[in-house]
Design a binder for this molecule. Sequence first.
Ligand code: HEM
Length: 138
Amino acid sequence: MKLNAQYGDGDTSFLAAGGIDGIHKLVENFYHKMDTLEFAQTIREMHPADLTLSIDKLALFLCGWLGGPRLYKEKYGTINIPKIHAPFSIDDPDANAWLECMRRAISEQNYADDFCDYLIVQLRIPASRILAYKNKSA
Ligand code: HEM
């Protein structure tokens, strides 16, 4: 990692997450949690039975979101996170379940402790925007 770089600067977070391969591994682990943990069944049911496309989309999105190559945009086009979630009825417990699957998946990667903390704090931002967008459009 670059000396003195802060998570959020350039591609520091993308590299801290292990680049494309590391992020793909994280997302596979995340969806495995969602697929198998009882508390996540409500959000699991919002997703298709086959999670292959979900894994690909979230992994490519996170690459760009973490300051790496904008692979989601290249493959799938522009995305607005709150808007794309609008068709699903996502409430507070659903957002918490999503974040808890992420928290567990993150903790199983070989990430620096401070990066784990940083990442989960950052992920709460789009998660709250999803909830706020719903509340406004309800
Ligand atoms: C708040 C809790 C969340 C729930 C319950 C949720 C649920 C879903 C569901 C049901 C889908 C559609 C199925 C699919 O295409 O996989 C989806 C798609 C997606 N979600 Fe979430 N999500 C949440 C938070 C987030 C957050 C915080 C991010 C970004 C950091 C995110 C990124 C994405 C992406 C990139 C897609 C694919 C969109 C597409 O191309 O169709 N989601 N999500």
